[in-house]
Design a protein around this ligand. Structure first.
Ligand SMILES: C[S@@+](CC[C@H](N)C(=O)[O-])C[C@H]1O[C@@H](n2cnc3c(N)ncnc32)[C@H](O)[C@@H]1O
Length: 351
């Protein structure tokens, strides 16, 4: 099979790969890491018996730390047990992002594509190890790097896969109206989300997220308006007529044009530069997980994934190495009217 190669490509030693794979390189985060709890919400012992930290009762986790140390620290407890992973990593935009003069993060990479690819590869190998055998991973990128990620993911998700049906499921185009204009090329108005699963057995609920059929014409179906004014759509196929009410949901497609970028005055906006809309995460979580499932985002930024997970009754783990991301996410979570207990943790090297 085709494989993407770059200068000093090395598979990280996550401790969960086979010896043969581990021999291939010495990249990745060596050493051992542990998670240290800094804060607990509600404060320890005030939520009716959850005195103490995770262990006695589940606490969602907001983790400050570099993705490789945080993921390495999570592996012993959560290896092969995360149901859904969403990541929106740096895209190699060549920019730095700040809010009110405080740096959020740098996405410059000294213009070194090899360094970026190795970094992304290490991240994806760790995430594959954390993913449950029936789990799904979404990676959110754009034209700059999505093609590299796809080849890497094909390698990681299908080489050595113990069950058929693992690997690529969808390339989702998130099409928006804003940005992207150019005099010298077509306007770039979409991001790309790649969906991969660890096996053929995975959670998918298209029926929860399909658009309502509605009354507006969008294809060749015949429109009929009933005496009560309600619209129905019908189509003949192989001698049968299929009729659908305007309230039925269509099978969702891989082009998402109905979710707009957050505009400057959107009440959802936190000021975090690369914040994505909640509607995007809600669609992903609803389609690819069940209530009570565990979802992970190791580049949580403004906290869109944990907030969406909280609202939809999923357990979550969110990480970021930016102080601004952690404070923004924590403030957002504390503003939620209904919230499960969570802890803020950081990652520490074990001597
Ligand atoms: C594109 S933003 C994520 C935005 C987020 N999805 C949202 O909607 O707000 C990428 C995030 O990755 C974080 N990040 C970059 N490098 C990291 C690393 N090595 N470890 C952990 N987080 C990192 C940045 O701080 C930033 O918050």
């Amino acid at each position: 099979m085709a494989e993407l190669v770059w200068k000093d490509k090395a598979r990280p030693r996550t401790g969960r790969c086979s010896n043969e794979e581990c021999e291939q390189g010495s990249g990745g985060t060596m050493g051992r890491w542990r998670l240290v709890t800094e804060e607990c919400y509600p404060p320890e012992g005030t939520d009716g018996g959850a005195a103490g930290m995770p262990g006695e009762r589940w606490h969602n986790r907001l983790i400050r730390g570099d993705r490789s140390a945080a993921l390495a620290a999570l592996l012993p407890e959560f290896g092969a047990s995360i149901n859904l992973i969403y990541i929106d990593p740096p895209f190699m935009t060549g920019r730095s992002f700040a809010k009110d003069g405080q740096l959020a993060y740098q996405d410059t990479w000294r213009n070194d594509l090899d360094a970026y690819l190795q970094w992304l590869y290490e991240t994806l190998v760790y995430l594959h190890d954390l993913l449950a055998v029936d789990g799904s991973l979404y990676i959110h990128l754009d034209w700059r790097t999505s093609h590299y990620a796809k080849i890497m993911l094909d390698e990681i998700f299908t080489i050595g896969a113990h069950m058929g049906g693992a690997g690529f499921k969808n390339e989702i185009i998130w099409h928006y109206q804003s940005g992207g204009s150019s005099q010298r090329s077509f306007a770039r108005k979409h991001d790309t989300l790649l969906l991969y699963t660890k096996s053929a057995r995975y959670c998918f609920h298209g029926e929860r997220v399909g658009e309502r059929r509605g009354a507006r014409r969008r294809n060749h179906m015949r429109k009929e308006i009933g005496e009560d004014g309600r619209v129905s759509w019908s189509i003949s196929s192989a001698g049968r007529v299929y009729t659908y009410d305007e309230d039925t949901r269509m099978a969702p497609s891989d082009v998402w044009s109905d979710i707009s970028h957050l505009h400057q005055r959107d009440p959802e906006r936190t000021g975090y530069a690369t914040q994505k809309p909640l509607a995007l995460l809600e669609r992903i979580i609803l389609a690819s997980s069940e209530e009570g499932d565990l979802v992970l985002d190791c580049f949580c930024g403004s906290g869109v994934m944990p907030v969406a997970a909280e609202r939809l009754g999923r357990r979550w783990i969110a990480c970021d190495n930016s102080d601004l991301a952690i404070t923004t996410t924590r403030a957002r979570l504390l503003a939620e009217s209904q919230r499960q207990p969570f802890v803020v943790q950081h990652v520490e090297a074990v001597e």
